[in-house]
Design a protein around this ligand. Structure first.
Ligand SMILES: NC(=O)C1=CN([C@@H]2O[C@H](COP(=O)(O)OP(=O)(O)OC[C@H]3O[C@@H](n4cnc5c(N)ncnc54)[C@H](OP(=O)(O)O)[C@@H]3O)[C@@H](O)[C@H]2O)[C@@H](O)CC1
Ligand SMILES: Nc1ncnc2c1ncn2[C@@H]1O[C@H](COP(=O)(O)OP(=O)(O)O)[C@@H](O)[C@H]1O
Ligand SMILES: [Mg+2]
Length: 276
């Protein structure tokens, strides 16, 4: 297993070409946030916007529209039960993220299965949070997209049946290949990334990060990075490294690091680590 180093940042974060526009930096569609978990999709969306994705649309429960717009006027919104909006927005996206705060009821399952039917092989699909739990519970067939699962250890246990104590590198890599030809970001205090071209250990991170919404934020960062940067594996690795590296920097002076504080740091952090 290779160790992730700071080199992944400059390798991935390019200097923006002058001749460009918002479309150059990718379209992200984020789906989640039921009436109870609106904060999760808000944080994922904010992370994608602050990572620099050119156009961001959030499909969520309408009860989240006002809070999302009040915080983040840059994002567009639509009702996640609106079939025609879902179809148009998912189809137009480069990267789709589904699951933060989606919930696991019948409506959530219906939205997830519709999204699985809509995505195609050129799109990156990030499956997080409730969406992982739903795939596991209903044994859903996976679509042909560039798949990225972002489970914590219990979500990985639900998906693969491998108990947390038995989640060794060999077992995880075998489970990944049985599941799909995509990437697994297995989150813990030492996050590991299993990709079709190799496995990586993240070397950044702090217990100051152990707070609700931290994974939702990572899912949004992975969306923002994959939408903008060409090499999808590098984009995922750079997002994982940056998410926890920013937390490490803040934790030098803070007891706890909030997800939204990491998000606030993204534009200056990426400026400092772009390709020279
Ligand atoms: N502000 C919002 O809107 C927020 C909304 N959220 C949304 O809520 C939805 C549910 O997601 P979830 O992760 O909160 O719940 P679930 O899937 O039941 O997993 C928890 C169980 O797993 C266990 N566990 C074991 N190892 C673990 C590990 N390494 N990391 C984490 N857990 C670990 C853990 O063990 P325990 O804590 O009991 O020791 C517990 O039994 C999802 O859509 C998410 O996006 C949240 O993001 C919060 C902020
Ligand atoms: N002790 C820790 N050390 C380093 N990173 C941690 C620690 N605890 C949690 N994290 C990170 O926080 C995130 C938690 O993700 P997740 O459990 O999905 O949160 P949520 O669903 O509440 O947003 C992961 O990126 C994980 O690596
Ligand atoms: Mg989570």
């Amino acid at each position: 297993m290779k160790q992730l180093t700071e080199a992944i940042l400059a390798q991935t974060i390019r200097v923006r070409p002058a001749e460009s526009h918002k479309g150059t930096y990718g379209r992200v569609c984020l789906i989640g946030g039921n009436a109870q978990f609106g904060g999760a999709i808000l944080m994922a969306t904010e992370a994608s916007v602050y990572s620099g994705a050119g156009l961001n649309t959030t499909l969520t429960d309408p009860s989240n529209f006002v809070s999302l717009h009040a915080r983040l006027p840059e994002a567009m919104v639509a009702d996640f039960t609106d079939q025609s909006a879902l179809s148009a927005l998912v189809t137009a996206a480069n990267t789709v993220v589904i699951g933060p705060g989606l919930g696991t009821d019948a409506t959530s399952l219906d939205i997830l299965t519709k999204v699985f039917r809509l995505v195609s092989s050129k799109q990156t699909l990030i499956i997080d949070g409730s969406a992982i739990t739903l795939v596991a519970k209903h044994d859903l067939a996976l679509p042909s997209a560039q798949l990225v699962f972002t489970p914590h250890q219990m979500e990985w246990q639900r998906l693969t049946g491998i108990k947390i104590a038995d989640q060794t590198d060999d077992a995880n890599e075998t489970a990944r290949t049985q599941l799909m030809n995509g990437t697994v970001v297995l989150k813990s205090h030492q996050t590991k990334i299993y990709t079709p071209t190799g496995s990586y250990l993240n070397t950044t991170g702090t217990p100051a990060q152990a707070t609700g919404g931290m994974g939702d934020t990572l899912a949004g960062m992975i969306a923002g990075f994959t939408a903008q940067f060409t090499n999808q594996t590098d984009a995922i690795l750079a997002a994982v490294y940056a998410h926890s590296d920013i937390a490490d920097l803040l934790a030098k002076r803070q007891y706890v690091v909030l997800p939204t504080q990491i998000i606030q740091q993204l534009p200056s952090y990426m400026y400092n680590h772009q390709h020279k």
